[in-house]
Design a protein around this ligand. Structure first.
Ligand code: SME
Length: 162
């Protein structure tokens, strides 16, 4: 199980991700429960990166159902035909949206959200979950976030059989 930890003041984004990855590795060790693991990963990302909203949606047939998250209240269900999350499922790839208002079909769970990144967790060629991160800052996500968040999703994927 993971231990309590703190983020050094003034740490760079890269350093924060390094700390997050270390913590994710520690909490996943020896724990196979999907909900416990997704919940702790959301908490680690919130604490390390201070994202506005970070959490998971689980794919059930043609829709995404809200899973463990950190942040304000969010939409419980998203059809896979809609939203940035739906697009990540359909395209089976990470999607970065610099300005959510420019993305056709974006679903605004909060008017404070300005940019977004969604990473799909693919198993047996099917998207089982998506990791969704929202920021209050426009164009907040880059390839650095994509690389590290995809790494964290792959750590989760390696960890359990869905
Ligand atoms: N904005 C997402 C919906 C989920 S919330 O941001 C938590 C979308 O367009 O799929």
């Amino acid at each position: 199980m993971g231990e309590e930890f703190s983020v050094p003041e003034g740490a760079s984004r890269e350093e924060r991700y390094a700390l997050a990855e270390q913590q994710v590795e520690a909490v996943l060790k020896g724990e196979m429960d999907v909900i416990a693991n997704l919940a702790n990963v959301a908490a680690i990302l919130k604490q390390c990166l201070d994202f506005f909203w970070v959490g998971f949606y689980r794919r059930v047939d043609g829709e995404l159902i809200l899973g463990p998250f950190q942040g304000p209240l969010a939409c419980s269900r998203i059809p896979i035909t809609q939203g940035v999350c739906g697009a990540a499922v359909r395209e089976r790839k990470t999607i970065i949206v610099p300005r959510v208002e420019d993305f056709p079909g974006h679903i605004a769970c909060s008017s404070k959200s300005k940019s977004e990144i969604v990473i799909p967790l693919v198993h047996d060629r099917e998207v089982k979950y998506v990791l969704d991160v929202d920021s209050e800052v426009e164009a907040d996500f880059s390839d650095l976030d994509k690389t590290h968040l995809e790494k964290i999703v792959s750590m989760l994927k390696d960890k359990y059989v869905i």
